[in-house]
Design a protein around this ligand. Structure first.
Ligand code: FES
Length: 111
């Protein structure tokens, strides 16, 4: 699936090993820096809407701060309970120092 890309952040805003939350195209997004590579997921846990971007990023896994479900930020896959459904992921392009995100999710975590 392709779509338009939107500039969402500057790379310098997201240090390695961190996730930050941004708003774009009416969606809250969590952009994660995994060893200098950027991945974007919806900032919405599929268990009960927890703010994933405020969770701890461990390698390529982010832990929901609400009840501890973990997701792979590269694929959106739910890795442990209480979440079972994947979280939507969005393609990221690094253009110079700017992070651009596809306005359409690559994978859908819709219930
Ligand atoms: S809301 Fe994320 S684990 Fe419950």
């Amino acid at each position: 699936m392709t779509g338009d890309f939107v500039k969402v952040a500057n790379a310098a805003e997201i240090p390695p090993g961190a996730a930050r939350v941004f708003s774009a195209f009416d969606t809250e997004l969590a952009i994660c820096n995994v060893d200098g590579e950027y991945f974007c997921i919806a900032d919405l846990c599929t268990h009960d809407g927890g703010p994933l971007g405020e969770g701890e990023l461990i390698g390529n896994q982010i832990e929901c701060p609400r009840h501890g479900a973990r997701f792979d930020v590269k694929t959106g896959k739910a890795l442990c309970l209480p979440a079972v459904l994947p979280v939507p992921t969005y393609k990221v392009e690094l253009r110079g120092e700017e992070i651009w995100v596809a306005a359409q999710a690559t994978t859908s975590g819709a219930r």
